[in-house]
Design a protein around this ligand. Sequence first.
Ligand SMILES: *Cc1c(COP(=O)(O)O)cnc(C)c1O
Length: 465
Amino acid sequence: MHRILADDLARLPQLLQSARDVAVREVTGLAERPVVRLDRAPDRAALPREGAGAEGALARFTEDWAPGFSGSAGPRYLGFVTGGATPASVAGDWLTGAYDQNVSGSGGSWAAALERETVAWLRELFGLGEEHSGAFVTGATVSNTVGLAVAREWLGERLGVDVSREGAAALGPVEVLSGSPHSSVAKALSVLGIGRDRLRPVPVLDGREAVDVDALETALAALEGRPAVVVANAGTVNTVDFDDLRAIAALKERYGFWLHVDAAFGGFAALSPAYAHLVDGLDAADSVCVDLHKWLNVPYDAAVQFTRRRDLQVRVFHNASPYLGPPTGEPDFLHLTPENSRRLRALPAWFSLVAYGRAGHREIVERSVDLAARLGEGVAALDGLRLLAPVRLNVVCFTLADDPTQTRVGALAEAVAASGEAFLTPTVYGGAPALRAAFSNWRTSRADGERVLAALASALPTLPD
Ligand SMILES: *Cc1c(COP(=O)(O)O)cnc(C)c1O
């Protein structure tokens, strides 16, 4: 063994203690340090010829790089939909690295069984039944991709084409219908060889992002029996609007389509009796996408995908090789997901679910919703800002009351970010440049919400005319 490696092995306990000290400093200071770092990263260094040892690497990281990292795990990073990492999930994530399991299969380890237990808990949390099987993937984009890959295989089944062998082209043009799909759906269609242009927008309800179910029915009827894919949206990023999943599922009695539901963060409405009606009907979906590094507050990167047709999923993803053998019985995860080798991404989620239970995670969801409602009231009451949509769940979508040009709205986002107090992301809603504040972090408090509003108020007078 190389001398430095041997040395690190001998001093492993001290090394892990040092890494722990750095992590503790970071996590305890997170709420007070600047939320983002806007200046340029250092130039690239040369590849080290001789190693510095793990303590040396830690010192160099904390000096050269850590100060430039964002506080995205902290309470006032409200850009995109960004979760933090609960204490238990951080512990679980550390141990994922320490145990370094390859959860491609079940051989020789209980790790795959732990992933199955976690998937079953999540299924219950989101109100899905036993018919849905699932697996961990890296994020909602991949979860959508897996769901749509199974949809593609289902289209093949309907049309008498074996897509996994013949390729997507054998299907001919595919119809994918959706009201307000997330951008990742178009990306998935590109990856899957279906094509971004096959995503057909269906009209939404007046002043809403939810699909007009009558218009969807008209679009389905126009297909004259050709099978299609419907992507329903449970939680749109701008206004957290929800398609009427029950009504869409009811259309299956008359039309042949695969129903994929993108519930990346909206799926968490199921945790609260006050909002669970928003995802009523989720269980009727053929495939479901839920992100976990958002509202479950586990570290990147984690999401779960569910489907009712594991047989088709195996057709798409099975990894046939003489030493692996064909999938039988309960298929190993490498036959279900794009990856073969996979980390035990379930462990941080398992830790958080054991540590806080349904009740703890429900509290995070309900607090986020309360904070969004409060900020929404604050924005509405502030001269100079205007809400663009009612606050339906955990996102506040707003713009400048006067002259909301892209330049001025962008300047507002930049001024808030430069203050170090908060981070919000620009968007366009109903043709208007806008900002979004998305609440999903486990530690955001009412005091944080007030600081965000104060940061907006102090940035307003600094905007260009
Ligand atoms: C965030 C999000 C995605 C993509 O999630 P990643 O984890 O970034 O891949 C997809 N759909 C919706 C509705 C989202 O909010």
